[in-house]
Design a protein. Structure first.
Length: 230
């Protein structure tokens, strides 16, 4: 077992996970003293929980990436014998000394940035979906709004799953101007009433409707006709 080779395998940028697992197993079985590495396909498959065909496919991919090479069979290259492999990782005996002649025609991993960051030319082209993008900064509290009101309003927006955006804040500012109040008062009203936004008409005072009574009748003006004796 080579601790340096195992550490380098952990740092290698290898995908998919099953291929990384095969590389880790090979690094774990690597003899750091003499560079010997000759596990059989069946043994690798059993250790990694893969089928022999999957192991062969991942070994071919690791060879194509320059991380692994096959130098010879265990008994002088006779057919049917277990192959000898050679690792090309920073820190392995093979990569440092070229043990067993495996440095010929194989591109070792190159260091990029730090002594611990290694990758091959193929893995350096990371897929677009794996790239990290810079997140936009969160909105800061407006100068004329108390911090406590702003915090309460953001809590309401979060509870209603409505992220606070610059567009939403501008809309509230316009409605506050229509209502003739400051944005601080508009947000305070939202907090008091549990609103996630603000409309000018929502804050308009409501006038109680006047109760209508029937008009009094003018009995004196009515003509009841000539009455008879009772």
């Amino acid at each position: 077992m080579s601790i340096q080779a195992t550490e380098s395998a952990w740092l290698a940028d290898v995908r998919p996970p099953a291929r990384k697992l095969v590389l880790l197993y090979m690094a774990d079985r690597h003899n750091g003293q003499n560079g010997l590495l000759n596990p059989g396909i069946a043994k690798i498959a059993a250790a990694c929980g893969l089928t022999p065909s999957q192991v062969r496919r991942h070994l071919q991919a690791l060879k194509a990436d320059g991380l692994l090479s096959v130098t010879a069979n265990a008994n002088g290259g006779r057919p049917g014998q277990t192959p000898h492999y050679c690792l090309h990782l920073t820190g392995s005996t093979d990569a440092q000394e070229g043990a067993h002649g495996c440095a010929r025609g194989v591109a070792p991993m190159r260091e990029t940035g730090s002594a611990h960051a290694t990758q091959t030319g193929k893995n350096r082209n990371e897929p677009e979906s794996n790239r990290k993008y810079t997140l936009k900064p969160a909105l800061v509290c407006p100068d004329d709004v108390p911090e406590s009101v702003w915090a309460d309003f953001l809590t309401i927006r979060k509870a209603k799953r409505a992220p606070m955006t610059a567009t939403a804040l501008q809309s509230i500012q316009r409605e506050a101007d229509k209502a003739g109040i400051s944005i601080a008062d508009a947000l305070a009203t939202c907090c008091e009433r549990g609103w996630q936004s603000f409309k000018a008409e929502w804050a308009a005072p409501t006038r109680p409707s006047a109760r209508r009574f029937p008009a009094a009748e003018n009995f004196a003006a009515k003509d009841y006709g000539t009455g008879g004796l009772i």
